[in-house]
Design a protein around this ligand. Sequence first.
Ligand code: ADP
Ligand code: MG
Length: 613
Amino acid sequence: MSTSTPQKFEFQAEIKQLLDIVIHSLYTEKEIFIRELVSNASDALEKLRHTQLTEKHIADEKLELEVNVTTDDKAKTITIQDSGIGMTRAELIENLGTIAHSGSKQFLKSLGEGGAKNANLIGQFGVGFYSAFMVAKRVRVYSRSWRPDEPAHVWTSDGSGSYEIEEVADQTRGSKIVIELKDDCSDYATDFKVKAILERYSAFVSFPINLNAKRVNTIQALWLRSKHEIKEEEYTEFYKFIGHAFDEPRLRLHFSADAPLAINALLFVPKDNTEKFGFARSEPSVALYCRKVMIDARPKDLLPEWLRFLKGVVDSEDLPLNISRETMQDRSLVEKLNKVITKRFLKFLEEEAKQRPDAYHEFYAEFGLYLKEGAAMDFTHKDQLTKLLRFESSLTEKGKTTSLADYVSRLGADQKEIYYLVGPNRAAIESGPYLEGFKARNLEVLFCYEAVDEYVMNHVREFDGKKLTAADHADVKLKDIPQPEGALSEADAKTLTKWLKETLGERVAEVKVSDRLVDSPALALNADKFMSPHMRRMMKAMNKDGADSPLRVNLEINLRAAVMKRLFETHTAAPDRAKLVAEQILDNALISAGLLDDATPMVARLYKLLESV
Ligand code: ADP
Ligand code: MG
């Protein structure tokens, strides 16, 4: 029942331009109009709350502060109603007819000359109130200001250039936006569809949101609350909700920052690494919010790739303020967020490692692979990440690990290298021939069990000025230790190595006396600088070129080993048998190095040797 005749107004030129883009854009996720209208309702409620602090007389003082969404699938309408601050007639004209106060101004600015082809910006930052026209035949805004003496009005438009305002009666404080849906958008009048959209974008709005009289948002925006007042169960419930998770979080980082950007973040490390189980590669799962309203559930560049296992929320108030063509293009805003959050998370892990080493150890066992990936690939964070790596070593117990920093702290003054060995497990490395020379000289060697370790070590290259060096590399030179009694003489050694080289022929590049063998009779070092034994194995497994190039190794022998002394005696006395023994020694060394490609000839040879026993 109107108390005055309707009055017609033209939209301001910019609004016409905006409406034209909105109505004709082919933007597919039209659903964001619900997010925009609910955000406006929530803003209006927030403003009312502030007004209540200073004003004595407020219309409909007792009204609950809430947002009510109702759908009518017969009439094909959706209605969003709030008990917020409301608008007077002048405010309706000012706020909905001109661009002066609207966040849409930023949108228009960011469109620049790009025009309608930037329609995807609609989704990212909304176009505020006007996004309703993506789905609406007609929009009606009933509004009554908080000022007790102001009458209520209805603002009506079909989005084509003009709107009307008319006074109405029987309207309580706040605004009610009734949208008559276009025929192809009528599913926004169905309860289940709207429920999903509200849960997706508006789950953390501070005021109650009811859909067809049922409360939708029951979980709080924990990231904006003070850590000290949040209970453990609340965190867990929140994690399960935003992460669509069933486990309990393993680690949690809740922090805020003011500079260079206002950030509130709540990040979780899940219990398990799902990629480990062979599930698909994780998608980024830290959502981007602006003042409790979701902007992007899976922002691509918010965090570096290797942090894709994190779940949670990053909220920055600075987001809408900073939208401009420039920032959209070079993404500098998201980059800034990325920098701050990554740095903070790395610092957090460093603290965890120090203060709760056992928990860190468990975390590392599950997620260490991602840190290795980062250390090898993310140049910006390499140093911080390298500090976080952990390895078993020849000095740790089985199952215990050391950091590179601790390794370096144990180094002798003149040691310039950090040694490591790659192998399938501790037992394999410890029983192989490569470790003993290092053990005899008290040199610590890191043990690397994972397929990527060699790649990581090659990319990290050094730590604290010490080069990371494979202990089975032919170039490694170890300082002399006094030769114990009972070894072959230097002259005999010369004869033996020469004979071995002649006997083994093309299979060896070089035969020499070892400086690193203590107990084992011999070891093989890959003569190929560019392909380690491990790499060769991987290439073979992948059937890659290069894996089949003829293998040539350096054979190193131990002059104290009984088998060598015996070989020296037999190489002249029984040359045929000695040849078989020499070949077998080489094969044994190749087995330890993981380089024996084909064991068949070895079996035949062994039978021959057994015959002569
Ligand atoms: P923004 O929210 O970014 O300011 P919008 O286009 O969404 O831009 O809204 C324009 C203006 O209209 C708002 O700033 C506000 O003043 C007014 N407005 C919109 N919806 C409501 C509402 N439900 N209650 C009161 N005022 C509103
Ligand atoms: Mg808005």
